[in-house]
Design a binder for this molecule. Structure first.
Ligand code: FAD
Ligand code: 2HG
Ligand code: ZN
Length: 480
């Protein structure tokens, strides 16, 4: 049956679109960190929406599960197939076209496999901004950004992918095509279905194209790196920046000394901006659509007020675009740098901004008590209340011993998150890594409704099964 299906899929997508050779499939079967690995009957790479629809319909008729995949940069194992070898990976990486750019409507229509950076560049070439910005932007795709409702460093000004999307085109789990590619900012004609597919991590259908919002290009920018005594100072500092910069505040990232130390150790060219060590840092950016706006003055006014209030230990304002880029590299290098220190246990949590200092104090005390010497790599989008509260093993400890503690350590972080009325996934999703533990933290009626929606869209359970929600036993499947 599988051989027959694979041959039919080959007829649909042609030789350029089908991979069955184990060596060529390998990169599609494990994730960026090599944290998850699976197997597949084939990797299918359709070139058009019609080909996606035909391939999905074929798999549906054969009862074979599909795992949608974009750039495979996700951090929760959502794009990795299971170990059965019976699933089909459906990669969108041949569907990269920019279908339309409507400057007057401030929209761009792109295919799901378009790499985020290429969409940013197309917008810039038209004098516009597509503001989603994240470390993986050279590899991640718009389809993956939508499926995970990606966030990144611009959320405090422009919102998440959900806020940036006006319309979608989706292939449903049985192969029908829903054309919702509307570029409308107002459309009250019933339920807004696009929001079900955004953040669904490929469990409700395959996103093939999207209409995205554009914004005026930013023509002036100022960037500062600030040393702080504690997280509360960062919360107070963002208040000062919000008051003085208003909507021009486009970046506000927190980093612990441990995070920066890993970057200084492992990223070539990284330099500490200050001679002394400080426990916490903030990278902040202010930008404007006006060319030549004096944003250094805005930053200096904010830093001046913060200094008067005793919030700052030290600060530097970038004197050139190259220096600003070097400061951003210190922030963007953390994920990669942590990989050099053994397994990195990732916890992408969010709590109300005001509760971050208490969250960090409580969690770090408990983590250090549970595993003395543990290296806590705290950083993130503090303006959104989103911390990457990641963990590295104590220096010299064995990888396997550390991995064995992962569940217990995650529980400490998630219990503290829950106690602060937060969420255990801010921007990376549930994938396979959090699909079981989420049931301990999310309202059970909400989970029931999610299961019912999954069953409504995908009654056969063939669209990325085992991601977001554990696979239901047939007994648990019930209609809405
Ligand atoms: P993939 O990894 O291929 O897939 C992710 C999920 O989406 C899977 O469940 C997959 O099945 C599903 N999917 C993919 N394409 C489709 C489609 N067309 N239709 C339906 N489902 C689909 N994330 C953030 O939010 N903010 C950050 O700041 C951030 N920084 C990162 C930095 C680094 C260095 C790395 C490695 C990752 C980072 N991420 C970040 C996580 C990741 O890059 C994002 O989640 C990204 O949006 C995933 O896109 P992708 O194309 O790689 O998706
Ligand atoms: C970031 O903000 C990303 O850098 C990645 O969301 C976080 O690797 C991580 O844990
Ligand atoms: Zn992030």
């Amino acid at each position: 049956m599988t051989a027959e299906l694979v041959s039919q899929l080959g007829d649909i997508v042609g030789p350029a679109g089908l991979i069955t050779d184990p060596d060529q499939m390998a990169g599609y079967l494990t994730d960026w960190r090599n944290a998850y690995a699976g197997a597949a009957a084939a990797v299918v790479r359709p070139g058009t929406t019609d080909e996606v629809a035909a391939a999905v319909a074929r798999c549906h008729a054969a009862g074979v599960a599909i795992v949608p995949q974009g750039g495979n940069t996700g951090l929760c194992g959502g794009a990795v197939p299971d170990a059965s070898g019976r699933q089909v990976v459906l990669s969108l990486n041949r569907m990269r076209r920019i279908r339309d750019l409507d400057a007057a409507n401030q929209t761009i229509t792109v295919e799901a496999g378009a790499v985020l950076q290429s969409v940013q560049e197309a917008a810039a070439a038209a004098g516009r901004l597509f503001p989603l910005s994240l470390g993986a932007q050279g590899s991640c795709t718009i389809g993956g950004n939508l499926a995970t409702n990606a966030g990144g460093t611009g959320v405090l000004r422009y919102g998440t992918m959900r806020d940036l999307t006006l319309g979608l085109e989706v292939v449903l789990p049985d192969g029908r095509i829903w054309n919702g590619l509307r570029g409308l900012r107002k459309d009250n004609t019933g339920y807004d279905l696009k929001h079900l597919f955004i953040g669904a991590e490929g469990t409700l259908g395959v996103i093939t194209a999207a209409v995205l919002k554009l914004f005026p290009a930013l023509r002036s920018r100022a960037t500062a790196w600030v040393a702080l005594p504690n997280p509360q100072a960062a919360i107070d500092l963002i208040g000062v920046f919000r008051e003085l910069a208003g909507d021009r505040l486009t970046g506000f990232e927190l980093m612990s000394r441990q995070s920066v130390e890993f970057v200084l150790r492992h990223c070539s060219g990284a330099r500490d901006p200050f001679p002394d060590h400080h426990p916490w840092y903030v990278l902040t950016e202010v930008s404007d659509t006006l060319p030549g706006a004096d944003l250094d003055a805005v930053i200096e006014a904010a830093l001046g007020e913060a200094y008067e209030r005793g919030l700052l230990a030290d600060a530097v304002v970038a004197s050139s675009p190259a220096q600003a880029a070097a400061l951003w590299a210190l922030r963007e290098g953390i994920s990669e740098a942590q990989n050099h220190e053994g397994p990195s246990l990732k916890h992408d949590i969010t709590v109300p901004v005001s509760r971050i200092p208490a969250f960090i104090a409580r969690t770090d005390r408990a983590l250090e008590a549970a595993l003395p010497g543990i290296r806590i790599v705290t950083y993130g989008h503090i303006g959104d209340g989103n911390l990457h509260h990641n963990l590295s093993k104590p220096a010299g400890a064995a990888d396997e011993e550390f991995r064995a503690r992962a569940g217990e350590l995650a529980r400490i972080i998630y219990d503290a998150t829950h106690a602060c009325e937060g969420s255990i996934s801010a921007e990376h999703g549930l994938g396979q890594s959090k699909r079981d533990i989420i049931t301990d933290y999310k309202d059970r009626h909400e989970l029931d409704l999610m299961r019912a929606l999954k069953h409504l869209f995908d009654p056969a359970g063939l669209m990325n099964p085992g991601k977001v929600l554990a696979e239901p036993s047939p007994r648990d499947r019930r209609p809405l």
